[in-house]
Design a protein around this ligand. Sequence first.
Ligand code: PEP
Length: 252
Amino acid sequence: MSARRPLIAGNWKMNGLRADARALADEIGTLRKNKSQDAFDLLICPPFSVIETVGHVLDSTGIFLGAQDCHTAEKGAHTGDVSAAMLKDAGCSHVILGHSERRTNHKESNELVKQKAIAAHNEGLIAIICVGETETERENGKTLEVVTAQIKDSVPEGARADNTVIAYEPVWAIGTGKVATPDDVQNVHGDIRKTLAAKLGQETADGIRILYGGSMKPENAKELLALPDVDGGLIGGAALKAEDFWAIAQSC
Ligand code: PEP
């Protein structure tokens, strides 16, 4: 049994007008309030526009609030961007960084993700750094090579167990209904922990939570969450249904 407390994180992506966001957060908050002794952390990462709305609903539920990206700078001439300080000010404790949709759609490099993580750490936020191979990379047997390089180059040298979480999300499994096999997931997670140990030391690596993401659902969560190096999940589609998100958390 791992000493790492599982984290179940919901990535709402670009979904949720205020009324829907309020209702969904309220449903999840009610489920959590009824079972406040649970042995896992719950986190919701809504879009920027409803962070405060959701934050108000989650107040006193024990559910953490996070964002899906931040800029590297503290403030300044960066039209359309949001800084880690602003997220902190809005009530966030976590921020997802380097999600594959940002790496693809916004051409985010490992170095940029690392600078964002440093900015998040400087504000006291927990950075959830996402890594994962594409389908082609997987087919070419490059999974471990790609993921190792992402970990080496996206994780700041000063990362600690209390300010950093890794999310392994095979790109081909995100939103597709395809899931990596438990053997493959454990293999990659074990390798990520080894890479973290080489970079940050064994003690830090042993404390850092590594989440799996990619079509995690109530039906497959138990098997994945039982793997020794899987310390929770980053959930996309299923995080938009309170009962599914809660059922996944209950599988910890
Ligand atoms: C994600 O986008 O982080 C994700 C894992 O999505 P889904 O659960 O829908 O595959």
